[in-house]
Structure formats: C-alpha cells, structure tokens
Design a protein around this ligand. Structure first.
Ligand SMILES: Cc1ncc(COP(=O)(O)O)c(C=O)c1O
Length: 378
C-alpha cells in the first residue's frame, strides 16, 4: 500500500481554515515547566490545568481532556449506550460520528435532518417506535445546538441515553442553561482545523460525576492503581504539549470568535442578496462562528461554485458530503429515505473562515461565489 500523501500548503491558496496560534512566546513560556519536570503525558499538571480552565470557560462541572474528538465519541458511546445498541443519529456529519458507533459494534439508525437547522430532526426521532432505538447521538452541526433541548427531554421520557457530538460547539453560549451539560454527555474536538485547537485533542463534558469518573478510567487503560486494572480501557490520554497549546489558545478564543463573527457577517452581507443561497437557521444564543456554510440549490450549482473557487485558488470544502449513510460500509444501516439530508449534502459548501482571513479576501471569495451562481444560471 502506498503512503498517504504528505500535506502540503500551497502558497497563494486560500484554504477553508487556517489554525489560529497564540504568540509563540506565550506557548514557549508554558513549555518550560514541562522541560523542567520531564512529565510529558499520563495526565500531568498541564492537562489538569487545561481541564480546570475548560470547566471555568464552559461552566460545565466535568470536562475530561482526551487525545482527540473521535476517541471522545468512542469512550462516551461505550459508557452510555448498551452493548450492540441501535443508536438514532444523523447522516449529515463528519465520518467520525458514525464510525465511532460502528467501531464499537453498535448500529447507527439514520434519521433525516431538519431542513432549516441541518441537525437531526427531533420530530422524526420522537415518532420512532419506543423499542426501536437504545440511545440518541445528535450533532451540533457547525456549532448549532438546535433541537438539543428536545432530545434531552426525549431521552428523559424514554429513559434512553443522549450523547451530543459537540465537536464544533465550544464557545457557543446558550440562553437555556449550560449547553455542555445537556443530555448525558457531550464530546468536543480540538483538532487543528477547528476554531479552537490543541494541535489534536478532544474532551468529554458531562454534568454527571460518575460518567466523568468512568472517562478517567477508560482513557487510561482501565487502570485504577498500581496493581488494579478494573476494565478493558484504552489509551486516550492527552499529552502535556497538547494541553499547553490548549491553555495558550483558551486565552484568545473569545477574541478569535469575535474576529470570525466580523468575517461571517461580512460574507452574509455580501452574499445575502443572492436568492440562490440558503443559510443554516441558528439556535438562540451567542454563536461561535466555527464555519461559513452556504446551501446552494443543487449539486450541479454547488460543484460549479466549488470549481470556480478552485480556479481562483480558493479551497472551499463540501462539508458534509457525502452523507455518512452513503458510504460502502454504512449503506446497510440506511433503511429509510433521507431526502432532506441528501438535498442538504448535495448543496452544501463551506467557505474559508478563520480569524485572520483578510476582509479583502472575503470580498474576493463572495464575488467569485456570486458570479459562479450567475454563470450556473441558478
Ligand atoms: C462532527 C465531528 N465529530 C467528530 C470529529 C472528530 O474529531 P477529531 O478530529 O478530533 O478526532 C470531527 C472532526 O474532526 C467532527 O467534525
């Protein structure tokens, strides 16, 4: 088998994202204690400090740091859902959400999404027969937690666990209480391509201290003490160097979100007049602007816009296309038609958005989108 291609960043190309970085001096200052102590991993002091700061920032009682968002999903699903569970979930997501269930021997049961919010459709899941699902895994798509209160209530009524993939949601402030304390747990991703990162990284947030205790056990092989191993855990520990990057970035996250908002609003004002574009309807609250998704009327138009941008060396992304219910290993789980998710996946395009994207570039990208839509005759 060939090696995976080495990631190269072409000069003069605008990518969909560009990681925000703290001033180098701040990062280096936080590294010094690591060099002194030689504690590099195994839940060291920087990881503990990062967890405390995340708890303070999110106001969630328990935030357990992990090596990435995928392992966060796998550990949370393993704790919450029964063995071989059938889990109601969305096909409009990054493959990690669906893969986590399959990896654990669980069955994703795909439901369609809401045409306005792009999140799992609460009414369709609520209509499913009582015994047909053992749990719910919903995604706050592009940081938007619409429907999460309804899923929390549904989980309570049916006595089934509810897990939220909140990979994009750090920094969203809800007027309806603490977002990350909704349901039984939420997972976060701090991947470098996210609006907040720790190089790679992730976390499980939960109001439930016994879930948090289990996360701490499972992320460390199931080891309780020197001579005691309680369960078949895994290694999902965050390293000290990841935690230090997270700590440094957390000081700047609100400033970066404000910078993203300026660019997001500018896109909206420049593109708004185009009737060919639909936008995601956001839940009430203070949004965190992790992505700049636009919904075009068809796959043909979306691909025309994508290609036109590419010719201008602008790398938009088709997030999330294809649907995760339409992969060679998942089709067997897709038992119902998913017309809304199919339409949204066919039309979706995510434009470049990051804190230091120049406003001039937002103008150039918007002009290119508008003219490509016109050329496509939409
Ligand atoms: C919705 C969603 N869930 C999970 C993940 C996986 O997170 P990670 O890359 O940190 O493993 C991602 C992105 O990477 C994502 O977008």
């Amino acid at each position: 088998m060939g090696r995976a291609p080495v990631l190269s960043v072409a000069k003069g190309t605008t990518y969909v994202t560009r990681p925000s970085l703290p001033p180098l001096g701040e990062f280096v200052a936080l590294l010094r204690p690591i060099w002194k102590s030689r504690v590099l991993t195994n839940n060291g002091p920087s990881v503990s400090r990062f967890e405390e700061r995340l708890e303070r920032y999110t106001k969630c009682r328990n935030v357990e740091a992990l090596t990435n968002g995928t392992l966060a999903l796998e550990i949370a699903a393993k704790i919450l859902f029964p063995l071989r569970a059938t889990v109601a979930t969305t096909p409009f997501t990054f493959p990690a959400t669906t893969n986590a269930l399959i990896w654990l021997g669980m069955k994703p049961r795909f439901f369609d999404i809401d045409p306005d919010t792009f999140n799992l459709d609460t009414a369709l899941v609520a209509q499913s027969s009582n015994r047909s699902i053992d749990g719910i895994l919903s995604v706050h798509v592009f940081g938007n937690p619409a429907g999460s209160l309804e899923f929390e209530a549904l989980g309570r009524t049916r006595s089934i666990p509810v897990l939220f993939d909140a990979a994009h949601a750090l920094g969203f402030h809800s007027p309806h209480g603490n977002l990350l304390e909704r349901g039984d747990a939420s997972t976060l991703s701090f991947h470098a391509t996210k609006h907040f990162h720790s190089f790679e990284g992730g976390a499980i947030a939960t109001r439930n201290p016994s879930v948090a205790r289990e996360v701490r056990l499972l992320r460390n092989f199931g080891i309780v003490s020197e001579e005691e191993v309680d369960t078949a855990g895994i290694n999902a520990k965050m390293t000290e160097i990841q935690a230090v990057m997270g700590l440094a970035n957390l000081r700047h996250i609100d400033r970066w979100i404000r910078a993203r908002k300026i660019r997001f609003d500018l896109y909206r004002s420049l593109l708004e007049s185009s009737e060919a574009i639909q936008y995601q309807r956001l839940d009430a609250g203070k949004y965190n602007y992790p992505y700049m998704p636009i919904l075009l009327c068809s796959r043909r138009v979306r691909d025309r816009v994508f290609d036109a941008l590419l010719r201008q060396r602008i790398r938009a992304r088709k997030y999330f296309y294809p649907l995760t219910s339409n992969l060679p290993y998942t089709r067997k789980y897709a038992h119902t038609r998913l017309p809304v998710a199919t339409r949204v996946a066919d039309g979706i395009l995510t434009l470049p958005l990051y804190a230091d994207l120049s406003l001039r570039e937002v103008h150039r990208i918007s002009a290119c989108v508008r003219s490509a839509i016109r050329d496509a005759g939409s």
